[in-house]
Write a protein that binds this ligand. Structure first.
Ligand code: PGA
Length: 256
């Protein structure tokens, strides 16, 4: 089953609004021509509306790095999915940095996923094990539990809008990526087959699953050549126009 690959750059807490807009303007024409690949960037909230304005009418989509499930209310510092709706196509949730430093729980990831789908947007749900869990052989069981918790109560129809990003924590920002084959094996057993059990073959086979963790131009082809990997969630290499352009070009060539 053909799945449209999706490459999303997660800028994390990088790029001030002026830098973010300049970057988006430079990047958009460079990646305009590549075939059947979805491409998105996730700027800081502070730059989100300006980047969305700069990219309107281009093939480069905007993602948010998080979004609160309540439409509005007394949640100091939070930004609701409802507020994001006019500006973004995707909302990243459950990133391991938020889970590790900001107490993001599986329960909140699930609430956020439901709110994102209810607003007609698409969640990119990040899951992944720590180094300790990996070394203890707990990877599949742990990632499976994250997937099940995140998807609780989400309908088969809504699953068409969901993207899951498998990001082993030990590979994020470390320069140490999983091998393509290993990532593919975990993605299949812990994510796609879990979704198969929860839903059915059609849902599992059409689910888009990204790999994330030290993806760069030098290893992108290895990841994109795997049967279960449908794109990448990219931190460091999304901060350079040349690198991010190369990633999209490789995805288009291998999978587009
Ligand atoms: P990285 O980050 O590409 O810098 O490893 C990936 C991520 O956190 O999504």
């Amino acid at each position: 089953m053909a799945r449209t690959p999706i490459i999303c750059g997660n800028w994390k807490m990088n790029k001030r609004p002026d830098e973010a807009v300049a970057f988006a303007r430079e990047l958009a024409p460079k990646v305009a021509e590549f075939g059947n690949v979805e491409r998105a960037v996730a700027p800081t909230f502070l730059a989100l509306t300006a980047v969305a304005d700069a990219l309107r009418g281009t093939a480069l989509q905007v993602a948010a790095q998080d979004g609160h499930w309540a439409a509005e209310g007394a949640y100091t510092s939070e930004v609701s999915v409802t507020m994001l709706r006019p500006y973004v196509s995707y909302v990243i949730i459950g990133h391991s940095e938020r889970r590790a430093y900001l107490n993001e729980s599986d329960e909140n990831v699930n609430r956020k996923a439901k709110a994102i789908l209810a607003e007609g947007l698409r969640p990119i749900i990040a899951v992944g094990e720590s180094l300790a869990q990996n070394e203890a052989g707990e990877t599949v069981e742990f990632v499976r539990s994250q997937v099940m918790a995140a998807l609780a109560g989400i309908s088969a129809a809504d699953m068409a809008e969901v993207v899951i990003a498998y990001e082993p924590i030990w590979a994020i920002g470390t320069g140490r990526s999983a091998s393509g084959e290993l990532a593919d094996r975990i993605i299949k057993s812990a994510v796609r087959d879990t979704v198969r059990e929860l839903y059915d073959d059609a849902v599992a086979d059409s689910l888009r699953i990204q790999y994330g963790g030290s993806v760069k131009p030098g290893n992108m082809e290895e990841f994109m050549s795997q049967p279960n990997i449908d794109g990448a969630l990219v931190g460091g290499a999304s901060l350079q126009v040349a690198d991010f352009t190369a990633l999209i070009e490789i995805a288009a060539r291998v999978k587009g």
